[in-house]
Structures are given as structure tokens and as C-alpha cells.
Design a protein around this ligand. Structure first.
Ligand code: AP5
Length: 192
């Protein structure tokens, strides 16, 4: 099965993807993680995207589509969880074409439905926890960048809800419950 986890920052995409990896052996493809790894290792691409990411804006379609293309070339089989990708209509079209090229299909797009209040609490809570544990918060986990991230979601990513609904692929899950409750709801969609 190949699925997309769709939702705003803090909706729980990464958290639920990790559970699916552990419980079902699926493969998580998180463009956010790939970009942060590039930033940390100081590659040319990492340097190029650092300021954009820290401000909470979207990196160019060309870069993220290239990252996903590379991963799909390197992995055999399927069972992909696309986490944080696609985030624009151009990325969604590119993913469709890439899957087709590999003879694969998209089985479900799971929207984690939440509200802004919860997102702000979760993201700022994660930043506070990181600092309390003696570490540093993610560079974009602050009020200013979060506003930009949310705006990018509403302007550039939320149109994908209509896009995948029209393709008959969209399934919405309540993302406001406890982590395990959300996982049960996702399992219900995957096992249906
Ligand atoms: P990315 O890394 O994808 O971040 P994001 O989507 O903005 O936000 P999160 O990862 O914080 O959200 P999440 O939904 O995964 O929630 P999580 O499980 O972590 O992207 C970062 C940046 O990279 C972007 O801003 C952009 O610059 C760039 N980028 C990435 N992909 C791109 C693309 N395709 N195109 C262009 N640019 C791209 O949970 C958050 C917190 O909430 C955690 O503390 C968690 O423990 C907690 N939590 C989760 N679920 C629950 C729950 N049910 N109840 C209580 N707490 C919960």
C-alpha cells in the first residue's frame, strides 16, 4: 500500500508514520526529515534551503520532487508513507506521474483533521520540551515561523484536499484524539 498523510504542521503526520513503520513495516518518506538531514550535513542543497525552512516557507517543488524521485528509484517494492509530501498541486501531479512510472498506485490519502489551537499548543509544547531536556528546539518551532507554516498550509497545501477528494482517494480521520486513538482510526481506513 502507498499512502499520503496530509495535514497542517503538528497534525501528527510524523508521529503516525513512525507507528505505521513499526507496526506494518511500511517505509516513511518524510521530505521534512530529508531536508533537515541535508541542512545538518551542510550539503549545497541544505545550505540553500536552510533560511527558507527556518522561516516556515515551502522549499521549491523542484527540490522536493527531486528528493522523492531519488528515494523511489532506490527502494524496491512499495508500502510508502508520504509524510509532508506532496504539499502543492504541482507536487501532487509529479507524485502521480512518478508512481505511474514505477507501476505503482496511491491507495489512500489520509487527512488528519485538527484545529489551529491544538497545532499551536503541540508545536510550542514540542519546542518547550526540547529546551527543558537541555536540547534546542527545531528552528521553525516558534510562533513567528509557525504562522508562516500555517499560512503556507492553507494557501498551498489545503487545495490538495479537494484534489484528492475529486480522485476518490481522500479519507478524513479525526486527528484531535490521543495518539493511539488516531492510530486506530488510521488502521480502520487501511484495513477497510
Ligand atoms: P515538516 O518536517 O514536514 O514539518 P511540518 O509538517 O510543518 O510539521 P511537523 O513535522 O511538526 O508536523 P507533523 O504533522 O509531522 O506532526 P508531528 O507528528 O511531528 O516540514 C518542515 C519544513 O520543511 C516545511 O516548513 C518546509 O520548509 C519544508 N518542506 C517539507 N516538505 C516540503 C514539501 N513537500 N514542499 C516544500 N517544502 C517542504 O507532531 C507534532 C507534535 O505534536 C509532537 O510533539 C507530537 O508528539 C505531538 N502530537 C502528535 N500527535 C499528537 C496527538 N494525537 N495528541 C497529542 N500530541 C500529538
Amino acid at each position: 500500500m502507498n499512502i499520503i498523510l496530509l495535514g497542517p504542521p503538528g497534525a501528527g503526520k510524523g508521529t503516525q508514520a513512525e507507528k505505521l513503520v513499526a507496526e506494518r513495516g511500511m517505509i516513511q518518506l518524510s521530505t521534512g526529515d530529508m531536508l533537515r538531514a541535508a541542512k545538518t550535513s551542510g550539503t549545497e542543497m541544505g545550505k540553500k534551503v536552510a533560511a527558507v525552512m527556518d522561516a516556515g516557507e515551502l522549499v521549491t517543488d523542484e527540490i522536493v520532487i527531486g528528493l522523492i524521485e531519488e528515494k523511489l528509484e532506490g527502494e524496491q517494492g512499495g508500502g510508502f508513507i508520504f509524510d509532508g509530501f506532496p504539499r502543492t498541486l504541482a507536487q501532487a501531479d509529479a507524485l502521480g506521474a512518478l508512481l505511474e512510472k514505477h507501476g505503482a498506485s496511491l491507495d489512500a490519502v489520509i487527512e488528519l483533521a485538527v484545529n489551529d489551537e491544538v497545532l499551536v499548543t503541540r508545536i510550542l509544547g514540542r519546542a518547550a520540551e526540547a529546551v527543558a531536556a537541555g536540547g534546542t528546539a527545531r528552528a521553525d518551532d516558534n510562533e513567528e515561523s509557525l504562522k508562516t507554516r500555517l499560512m503556507a498550509y492553507y494557501k498551498q497545501t489545503s487545495p490538495l484536499i479537494g484534489y484528492y477528494h475529486a480522485k476518490g482517494a481522500l479519507q478524513s480521520v479525526d486527528g484531535l484524539g490521543a495518539i493511539d486513538e488516531v492510530a486506530v482510526a488510521i488502521a480502520g481506513v487501511l484495513d477497510a
